[in-house]
Write a protein that binds this ligand. Structure first.
Ligand SMILES: O=C(O)[C@H](O)[C@@H](O)[C@@H](O)C(=O)NO
Ligand SMILES: [Mg+2]
Length: 382
């Protein structure tokens, strides 16, 4: 049970997802990206893994903080190890981020599951073994036949419904798209999707994250006429009072915060101040499965749903172990990409979705990722 080693390996993975200058994903030609796998080992040979990017597990963080806290400790002491790492953040000169805490926490949960030959969502305490998915569409673009017009969104939404999705979230156009942001265009895309899919498909929007209060209000009121389920991140989430103002002035539920820091502590303040109608968490956003569950349970005690940000097995595990979230965010999707092709370093999808829109939680030991270790070794880089 005692942790004896923490290892980081880097390898090249091929993807067609490219990040724009604002960090949003768009399709492009295949290219190789450097990916990292963090492995935590115990004296009796058990291992737990998590995937991230090299900057999140760079040597300074692993040597100064992660190894210092973990080596020699009982791997089952996740709460104590998480708390110790979280306390190191204050003295890390902002070097130790919630993303690094998440990578460590996920690997510890994966280790616990693999050591006990149990899926993590069952270790947490499962609520269900399948979760309804919404298709999370990529931000708009200026690609011919991509997501360049409201009609493009409408056509793509039809294909998503045909695939089985019963919910669809639009990320609309944002800079660096030349003419974005534009509330009217956002509403035209939303109207085109509603027209294309009919009244029974659940629709949500994740809008330009820095609209003014007035623009966000106009957007929200337009979405109310289109019967959208929620409006997400239309304002800068650093202004909790702006979200309270928006939630007070809209009927459509306001979801958040996604990207704001502060983990479950700050999300408790959003609830206390009425800054959202539906809370939001995400394993990477709050520093791991451990704080994501704290956020979820806190929301439940206020009678609130808490929707989970992001795909992958770690977020699916949180959804599967919780009653008060309605969806799994499956994405990001684009007409030019085939999401079901998965990742080259995994032998199979961690979030397979049936034709009725249900994602079935893998019952594999650990987080649920079927890792292709041969691929990782054959594509290792320093
Ligand atoms: O970069 C982002 O804003 C997020 O990754 C976004 O694309 C998407 O993941 C999101 O916001 N989902 O709710
Ligand atoms: Mg979002």
């Amino acid at each position: 049970m005692i942790i004896t080693d923490v290892q980081v390996r880097h390898f090249l993975s091929t993807t067609r997802r490219h990040s724009d200058s604002a960090g949003h994903a768009h399709p492009g030609p295949p290219h190789q990206v450097k990916t990292s796998i963090l492995t935590i080992r115990t004296e009796d040979g058990h291992e737990g893994h998590s995937f991230t990017v090299p900057e999140i597990v760079r040597p300074h963080l692993i040597d100064k903080f992660v190894r210092t806290v973990l080596i020699g400790q009982d791997h089952r002491d996740r709460e104590r190890l998480w708390q110790e790492l979280a306390h190191w953040q204050r003295g890390s000169a902002a070097q130790l981020s919630d993303r690094t805490l998440a990578a460590v926490d996920v690997a510890l949960w994966d280790l616990a599951g693999r050591a006990l030959n149990q899926p993590v969502y069952k270790l947490i305490g499962a609520y269900r073994d399948k979760v309804r998915a919404y298709g999370s569409i990529m931000c708009g673009d200026e690609l011919e036949g991509g997501l360049a017009t409201p009609e493009d969104y409408g056509r793509f939404a039809e294909t998503l419904v045909a695939r089985g999705y019963t919910g669809i979230k639009l990320h609309t156009w944002m800079p660096p798209v030349s003419w974005a942001p534009d509330v009217r265009m956002d509403l035209k895309a939303c109207a085109a999707v509603r027209e294309a899919v009919g009244p029974d498909i659940h629709l949500m929007i994740d809008a330009f994250h820095w609209y003014s209060r007035v623009d966000a209000l106009e957007l929200g009121r337009g979405l109310e006429k289109l019967g959208f389920d929620w409006i997400e991140e239309p304002l800068d989430e650093q202004s909790m009072s702006s979200y309270k103002w928006l939630a007070d002035n809209l009927d459509i539920p306001v979801v958040g915060p996604e990207s704001a820091g502060g983990k479950h502590w700050h999300r408790a303040e959003w609830v206390r101040h009425g800054a959202c109608d539906i809370l939001r968490t995400g394993v990477n956003d709050v520093g791991g499965i451990t704080p994501a569950l704290k956020t979820m349970r806190m929301a439940e005690s206020f009678g609130m749903d808490c929707e989970v940000h992001g795909n992958t097995a770690m977020n699916l595990a949180v959804c599967a172990a919780s009653r008060n979230c309605r969806w799994y965010e499956r994405g990001l999707l684009h007409p030019f990409l085939e999401y079901d092709d998965g990742f080259d370093y995994l032998n199979q999808l961690s979030d397979p979705m049936d034709a009725q829109g249900w994602v079935h939680v893998p019952d594999r030991p650990g987080i649920g990722e079927d890792i292709n270790f041969d691929f990782i070794e054959n594509n290792r880089v320093t």
